[in-house]
Design a protein. Structure first.
Length: 538
């Protein structure tokens, strides 16, 4: 078997080395996201092995980065990054809004090129760490990878979609470690696994002894098994909860065209009202509507406002619903109004809404980057929604028992942004979103998986309501209690706990990023010291 594996690897490498096969990085990049949702056993039992593929999908990047000529290494890692990025964001092309589809296609192209630069950075860092860090690169490189992941969550251009650790989300016992390390710990393990398998392949190719790479890989697999066993115990420990709330999620599945005129808004309001009346028959204690469920300026539209109040009186339970809001702006000449993507909270017996305004706005879709720092950018129109950023990280209060923290759309994919509100007292995450723009693509599955990871990290339940799906209720260890299918008009009602499980991640935050930075600095200092000593000897 050893000889067969070595022969196959040698044949492949010889074939690759005969010509400058520039197209191969593009082909390999296409498979980068194959282990991510929906390719797992939750979609179909035969897809169970697919999440484990993320332990090998980065290996081609390592190979391309180690090309002898630096120019070829740069080109091939960037080409790999282009198609790897495209597999993550191709679904943006489905957002065919009238009059701006050319801008959307341009945006997809620019986003692909931008994210590809991160893969180029990953590749070059691998090349440098192998060259200068010696055996320490096995730890240094995964640490550098997750540090870059963290950087990708910062600033107005942030779009931290589909980190490698998210691919493991359906492996529920294994991912319980996220309650300690956060998503970055899982990404660290994925990258480390890729390195160890690559080292074994290297040993076969160079005809080196394989005992050491096999031992290292076995230790790594043993560690994963140990984590998984611990995850089983954690899942079993938190199998039953005492305090529950019965929640109805209103997945009204409105076609995007219903936002075009008042007549269509009438239709959507009528359908949503029917669903509210249907939900009340299931005795909910709380109703959640999706993002922009009431697509008008609700508090400025007395007719719609009164209609929603009638719903509240009829069902007599608290509401969380997505809508729009605007306020007059008097402090700056650049704006006449501030427009917000909002969640309104209406408690039982109240006629006054509490507001949460979306803070994390999708760059170029909801706002231009850096517009807050340079208001003059508001004069530029690229087809974006021109929303203003909210400033308060709100936690609502329902009868001093339930403290839901609202997150709109992709806000839920920011680990520390979610963690802060849990640490501030939230005992439930509510994610309202509209993924209907993206068609029957992987986007809705990936978005839901990332939202689910926030529950595991922080030990709180999740109520996720999406216009077209996937809506779901998730318990504090990530078990899906109930969920909907895509593009179905349905009311999903079930009981979910509002008990809170204390987690290391909630209390300590992204501590693993700080440790990773220390590892990189220590390794860098050690490498400089080694170089200095070598020069002294010569």
């Amino acid at each position: 078997m050893y000889l067969n594996v070595r022969s196959i690897i040698s044949t492949v490498c010889t074939w690759y080395g005969r010509k400058d096969r520039w197209w191969l990085p593009l082909l390999c990049g296409l498979f980068f996201s194959i282990g991510h949702p929906p390719f797992n056993h939750e979609t179909h039992p035969l897809l169970f092995p697919f999440p484990f593929l993320v332990f090998v999908t980065t290996i081609p990047l390592f190979i391309f980065s180690l090309e002898r000529k630096i120019k070829r290494a740069v080109l091939k890692t960037y080409l790999f990054g282009i198609t790897a990025s495209l597999t993550q964001f191709y679904w943006i092309a489905n957002v065919m809004v009238e009059d701006v589809w050319l801008l959307i296609m341009l945006g997809l192209f620019l986003l692909t090129m931008f994210i590809a630069t991160f893969f180029l950075l990953y590749g070059m860092l691998f090349r440098l760490s192998v060259k200068f860090c010696g055996r320490l690169y096995i730890i240094v490189y995964p640490a550098a990878w997750i540090l870059i992941e963290y950087i990708r969550t910062l600033g107005d251009l942030s779009f931290p979609w589909e980190f490698p650790g998210n691919a493991l989300s359906p492996l529920l016992p294994l991912v319980q470690i996220a309650s300690v390390t956060g998503i970055y710990g899982l990404s660290f393990l994925v990258v480390l696994g890729n390195i160890l398998i690559w080292e074994l392949l290297q040993a076969f190719y160079r005809r080196n002894p394989i005992q050491s790479p096999v031992r290292n890989l076995c230790l790594f697999v043993g560690f994963l098994i140990l984590i998984t066993v611990g995850g089983f115990f954690r899942l079993n420990k938190y199998r039953h909860f005492d305090d529950h709330v019965r929640i109805s999620l209103i997945q009204n599945n409105m076609d995007q065209a219903h936002w075009e005129n008042g007549i269509s808004l009438d239709t959507s309001m009528t359908i949503t009202e029917e669903m509210v009346f249907k939900a009340v028959r299931e005795n909910p204690e709380m109703l959640v509507f999706p993002e922009s469920a009431i697509f008008c300026y609700l508090e400025r539209n007395r007719r719609r406002w009164m209609q929603v109040l009638r719903w509240s009186e009829y069902v007599n339970v608290p509401f969380l619903l997505g809508t729009l809001h605007f306020e007059r702006e008097r402090e700056t000449p650049y704006y006449k109004y501030r427009v917000y993507n909002a969640v309104f909270f209406l408690d039982t017996g109240s006629t006054a809404f509490e507001h949460y305004y979306k803070i994390k706005l999708v760059p170029f879709s909801e706002a231009l980057p850096f517009e807050g720092a340079f208001p003059i950018l508001s004069r530029i129109n690229l087809g974006e929604s021109d929303f203003s950023r909210g400033k308060k990280e709100i936690v609502f209060n329902i009868h001093d028992r339930i403290y839901p923290a609202p997150f709109i759309c992709y806000e839920i994919i920011y680990p520390d942004f979610v963690r802060r509100r849990v640490k501030a007292g939230a005992n439930m995450l509510v994610n309202v979103t509209n993924d209907g723009w993206f068609g029957h693509s992987t986007a809705a599955f990936q978005h839901a998986a990332m939202a689910r990871m926030r529950s595991i990290e922080n030990g709180v339940s999740l109520a996720r309501c999406a216009n077209s799906g996937i809506s779901m209720l998730v318990d504090p260890v990530g078990r899906i209690i109930a969920k909907t299918k895509l593009y179905s008009r349905t009311v999903l009602t079930d009981a979910v706990t509002y008990e809170k499980i204390p987690t290391v991640y909630t209390q300590a935050g992204d501590w693993i990023i700080g440790v990773s930075l220390l590892v990189i600095l220590a390794a860098g200092g050690f490498s400089v010291l080694q170089q200095f000593r070598r020069r002294e000897r010569t």
